[in-house]
Design a protein around this ligand. Structure first.
Ligand code: 13P
Ligand code: SF4
Length: 306
């Protein structure tokens, strides 16, 4: 039997030997963070994927993230560490639906949250992530924007870019929408001095009560730099634990015990081990046409996002 440390040491040895870059989304568990070459939010992961020098990239996250790596680096072998890890929001809208909406609104620029399938990206104009959406939407020339699929993130962007005419569809993250105003009331009563930091995928009535809104990395940076000593965290609960490691002298409380993304939680250190052994995970293979068309959308994000 291996201890966590022994398994991690083996993973680190094998990834170097086999020239594998391990990317981990911030919602992964701490034992996975410790073996990753880079941990970050969706935007940071895309930037790292575009610049990674290794021949193989192992994505510890969900499927659309591994697909993004493949689109940016088609020559690389890209592995999703757990084949069942998908993002339910990414499956909410498909090419047929959005092609129909585009026919109705031909003069709109279609902005797709990166949490979409690679097929859907082929009919969109530009991708955004939570940390880059405001900047990118500001930089788009067209005033008319169709923002998909997350209407909560879209509304948050619309509030900050009032000069744009932003049309939304009814999609969203099933994990973040679980948090309610009642959760805020309960958490603030229990921790009256704590600041509330939330992800913009939360419901607007929840984000309206927040002291800060931002991506997973944004929330972590804010808590690390802040002079405040306690924080209520309104995003996937793994961030509470990561912040406790980063700032052990500060206190972090989950806004809701239910804010758990079961897909992000599927990947285990054992999965990562089997992937570096080359006996686990799923290699991402995308159609040539999908690769080409989806790449435009992601490249535009990296250009407009800076
Ligand atoms: P960010 O990584 O951009 O904060 O997004 C969170 C998320 O839900 C990823 O699926
Ligand atoms: Fe998808 Fe929400 Fe999970 Fe992120 S937290 S992977 S958006 S379901």
């Amino acid at each position: 039997m291996y201890s966590t440390r022994e398994l991690q040491d083996e993973i680190i040895r094998l990834k170097k030997e086999k020239d594998i870059c391990i990317l981990a989304h911030a919602y992964q568990s701490h034992d996975i963070w410790e073996v990753a070459d880079y941990v970050g939010d969706s935007y940071g992961l895309s930037q790292q994927a575009a610049g990674a020098s290794q021949k193989t990239v192992l994505m510890c996250g969900v499927r659309f993230m591994a697909e993004t790596v493949k689109i940016l680096s088609p020559e690389k072998k890209v592995i999703l560490s757990n084949a069942d890890a998908g993002c339910p929001m990414a499956e909410q809208m498909d090419v047929e639906l959005i092609s129909g909406v585009k026919e109705k609104y031909p003069d709109y620029t279609v902005v797709a949250y990166i949490n979409t399938t690679s097929e859907l990206k082929t009919v969109c104009d530009v991708c955004v992530t939570s940390s880059s959406a405001v900047q990118i939407v500001k930089n788009i020339e067209n005033t008319n924007i169709l923002f998909i699929p997350d209407c909560n993130l879209g509304r948050w962007v619309a509030d900050q870019v009032p000069e744009k005419n932003i049309k939304l569809l009814q999609g969203g993250c099933p994990t973040h929408v679980r948090m309610s105003v009642r959760d805020v009331e309960v958490a603030k009563k229990a921790h009256p001095d704590a600041l509330l930091l939330v992800h913009p995928e939360c419901l607007p009535e929840v984000t309206a009560l927040a002291d800060y809104q931002g991506s997973t990395t944004g929330i972590m940076d804010y808590a690390k730099k802040s002079d405040a000593k306690s924080f209520i965290i309104g995003t996937e609960n793994s961030i509470v634990q990561h912040l406790q490691f980063e700032c052990p002298e500060k206190s972090f409380y989950p806004l809701s015990k239910d804010c758990v993304c079961h897909n992000m939680k599927l990947t285990t250190l054992g999965d990562v081990y089997r992937c570096v052994l080359e006996t686990g995970g799923e290699e991402i293979v995308l159609d040539e046409e999908v690769l080409k068309k989806a790449k435009r959308c992601i490249n535009t994000m990296l250009t407009l996002g800076g």
